[in-house]
Design a protein around this ligand. Sequence first.
Ligand SMILES: Nc1nc2c(c(=O)[nH]1)N=C([C@H](O)[C@H](O)COP(=O)(O)OP(=O)(O)OP(=O)(O)O)CN2
Ligand code: ZN
Length: 127
Amino acid sequence: MAIPQLTLSQRFFFDAAHTLRREIEAEGSRRIHGHTYHAEVSVRGPLDAATGMVIDLGLLRERLQAVRAQLDHHLLDDVPGLGIPTLENLCLFISRALADLRPPPSRVRVWRDALGDECLLEPAPEL
Ligand SMILES: Nc1nc2c(c(=O)[nH]1)N=C([C@H](O)[C@H](O)COP(=O)(O)OP(=O)(O)OP(=O)(O)O)CN2
Ligand SMILES: [Zn+2]
């Protein structure tokens, strides 16, 4: 019988500032401004019969809090390893920070509610 695969997800949010060089809306984007970002990390794997879990959600929360601490109330332009502070690079940054989890993230989503902007990294690569 095939082993069932299950997906667990957890969310966090962070407030951060950034600047961005763009072709359009250039003036406002290049000034330091802030956003509230939301992120969701999913892990997919088999159920461990001994624990009844795919991963302990407490462990996942600890790791997400550690990533959040690198982003919340930071100027994203200055966060080492992030690169240009776009939604795309935030997905990759979060995915890389959690790549050693077992199971590793299968999906990372980062979005801003204000205008409905969202980026999805799926499947998250094993980096
Ligand atoms: N492909 C991407 N394009 C853009 C991104 C991005 O991450 N990936 N990000 C931005 C900027 O963050 C920009 O500041 C968003 O600007 P705008 O859409 O004008 O939103 P506001 O700052 O007006 O919205 P708030 O209400 O302040 O959130 C642009 N493009
Ligand atoms: Zn912005």
